[in-house]
Ligand binder design. Structure first.
Ligand SMILES: Nc1ncnc2c1ncn2[C@@H]1O[C@H](COP(=O)(O)OP(=O)(O)OP(=O)(O)O)[C@@H](O)[C@H]1O
Ligand SMILES: [Mg+2]
Length: 276
């Protein structure tokens, strides 16, 4: 069984017409199919409005298909009775940390999810402490969330997801509102979580972040434009242009400097330049 199976998934948001009637709007996702393997690290990229957040919300049943099917370990996201089976397996972290923190105190915030799962207090305590240690926020556990920087808030939001012990976390542009330091710390945490076996799905506008995944899915107008490794994708300039995206800064620099196209990372370029 595939961990996450998406088949012919269509999402049609409804809109209100001039007479105040609800009518079908345009398709935000248009018949897409994909599988997510357990333990993988998958980036999802695409222009604004290409359907990335819509896809994210389909993966844990926040949105149910207008047509097609999404299943998590065989549990259909459209079946209400399995919604907790799905939500406990697939966690979400969104872009704006201020919209995700539900409690004013850091540790209460992290405890919120496990409390809702009905877990016993001693186990909640262990999970909260472990999750806060994992993201380097244990020392701030009794602080007010409003005292934290954007990056720290986002780490608390990630701790909240970790405390649910999910198999998978979907990150929807988790670094978009952070400064470079906050972005780097969040990326480190995502990579560590993946190394520890958590399936990570990262939606991002930063090509340098997408480059760090095992696999990149490119969306365009609600369809999958391509699905390949970062090395394959970022050596295909035509595809990047077709997707309306940009090359990662390192690749752009390589091309500006007229260096060989075989160099795919800052390390490759440094080694090549130092040898010359
Ligand atoms: N709640 C909604 N109601 C109606 N249309 C919506 C809704 N949410 C998104 N859309 C539309 O669906 C399409 C896909 O939106 P989505 O938010 O999934 O894109 P995205 O790739 O996440 O974009 P961004 O990069 O800006 O975050 C867009 O055309 C958007 O306007
Ligand atoms: Mg989005």
């Amino acid at each position: 069984m595939k961990f996450i199976e998406v088949r012919d998934l269509t999402i049609e948001y409804t809109r209100i017409d001039a007479d105040g009637k609800e009518v079908p709007g345009k398709k935000a996702l248009d018949g897409i199919s994909l599988d997510i393997e357990k333990g993988s690290f998958v980036a999802v990229i695409g222009m604004n409005g290409s359907g990335k957040s819509t896809l994210a919300k389909c993966l844990n049943g926040l949105l149910v298909p207008s047509a097609g099917r999404v299943a998590v370990e065989g549990f259909d996201t459209a079946s209400e009775e399995h919604i907790w089976d799905i939500r406990s397996r697939v966690g979400m972290v969104f872009q704006n940390p201020d919209n995700q923190l539900v409690s004013s105190i850091v540790e209460d915030d992290v405890a919120f999810g496990p409390e809702n799962l009905g877990i016993e207090p001693a186990e909640i305590r262990r999970r909260v402490d472990n999750a806060l240690r994992r993201v380097g926020m244990y020392e701030k556990k009794d602080k007010g969330a409003h005292m934290l920087s954007g990056g720290q808030k986002q780490r608390v939001a990630i701790a909240g997801a970790i405390a649910m012990k999910p198999d998978c976390i979907v990150f929807d542009e988790p670094t978009a509102m952070l400064d470079p330091k906050g972005r780097a710390s969040v990326m480190e945490i995502i990579k560590d979580l993946n190394t520890e076996g958590i399936t990570c799905i990262l939606i991002t506008h930063f090509m340098t972040e997408a480059e760090q995944a095992d696999r990149v899915i490119v969306l365009k107008k609600g369809k999958i434009l391509c699905d390949r490794t970062p090395a394959e994708l970022f050596s295909d300039r035509e595809m990047i242009e077709k997707a309306g995206l940009e090359m990662p800064p390192v690749i752009a620099l390589r091309d500006k400097a007229g260096l060989p196209e075989s160099l795919m990372s800052a390390e490759d370029i440094a080694e090549y330049v130092n040898k010359r």
